[in-house]
Ligand binder design. Sequence first.
Ligand code: UD1
Ligand code: CA
Length: 450
Amino acid sequence: MSFKTIILAAGKGTRMKSKKAKVLHEVCGKPMVNHIIDVSKLAGSKETIVITGHMKDEVLKALDNDIKIAEQKERLGTGHAVMMCKDFINDDDKIMILCGDTPLLNEETLKNLLDYHNKNSYKATVLTCIVENSNGYGRIIRDDKNNLLKIVEQKDASMEELLVKEINSGIYIFDGLDLKIALDKIDNNNAQGEYYLTDTLELIKNDGKSVGAFSGALIEEIMGVNSKLDLSKANEIMRRKINENHMLEGVIIVDTTSTYIDLDVKIGMDTIIEPNVILKGNTVIGDDCIIGANSKIIDSRISDDVKIENSTVLESNIDSNTTVGPYAYIRPNCNIGKNVKIGDFVEVKNSNIDDNTKASHLTYIGDANLGKGINLGCGVVFVNYDGKNKFRTTVEDNSFIGCNTNLIAPVKVEENSYIAAGSTITDDVPKNNLAIARARQVNKDNWKKN
Ligand code: UD1
Ligand code: CA
């Protein structure tokens, strides 16, 4: 026996009006289909099968290797889609069926659904929800003892059935054998000419087995994302939850309405997040940091007591007590040490900067290794590119690079060296040297004649 999940994700998602597969649209930094996979695993599912069809190859790329794939070449309905994974279904499996476009689904709800299914020894259980406006959904039809009779699609429903406020979430648990037997029996004699998965419950019941309807879902969590408008609503709901969780864990968020934090971001205690901050990907931020207004940090590790002001940090590591910005741009693959100062209008790319080094203003550091305790004056440029190739520059500990210096890579400045302001350095500088590389000043007497 195994608890497995089948995720329906073959549909076209026409209303999304997108060149991208619907289930690949992101909610708080993660494609919808990955949200569903993650929540199914949290609920205890041991194996995931995703049914792909429309834009199959793109969807495949977003999935981890442990995910099994079934293909539905023609979209003939939800029942037909599940038929495509019959080979994955063993008789004694518990099969959970989810849709790829309900990213807000809660693990607790799925656990409760499975409990309800198991406790009552049902062969099939549908998750339902009571709503004010049931328009568009399949209706749950119960008998006078409140037992599930069947699910009727809106287009097939009678006037009386249309009034029912209990709807099908599209989420189910089945016993493997009963699901397979019922799938063999469904037909497409209905208003849409589709093979409805919903018909399997009635078929199982007619076989003398018991089926259930568990009204344990909130409409918010089963809401399908069908359009860009739905997508923005789903993002808003999840974003609010993420921010609330961080605040409950000790993070100070100054303005939750303008703070955008992806699901997997981690933030330490007493860190302050000022307004208009975007934290994306696998970013980890330590304790007691200040992430200043208008900062954007993607896939980066920030240690404790770091202050980032109005700056962008991409795929980089920043160690403790360092300050960045305002208006700094840390591009991918930088390792910045402790107690470093990256000041205003400083760009750093693919570089290592060791502890206590300072680049206070208007500097470009590209493809460089900087040691400890270095001071870079205003306007230093690491000239790393000759139009064809990139080269690296090394500056060793305790050097002083004067203002407006060009360091033409590849070049090395050894420890304790000084470079005079305005120099263009093309040759290595030995340790303890002063390098001056600029034309001497000439004053022309009486240059201006009256
Ligand atoms: C379905 C249910 C309905 C329920 C609703 C909940 C059926 C017949 N109806 O209706 O009772 O209230 O979901 O949202 O099941 N898909 C495929 N292949 C197909 C058809 C659909 O993979 O051939 C996928 C879609 O990509 C989507 C999911 O199945 O992820 C649901 O399909 P959709 O057409 O949205 O179902 P509804 O008509 O909304
Ligand atoms: Ca449909």
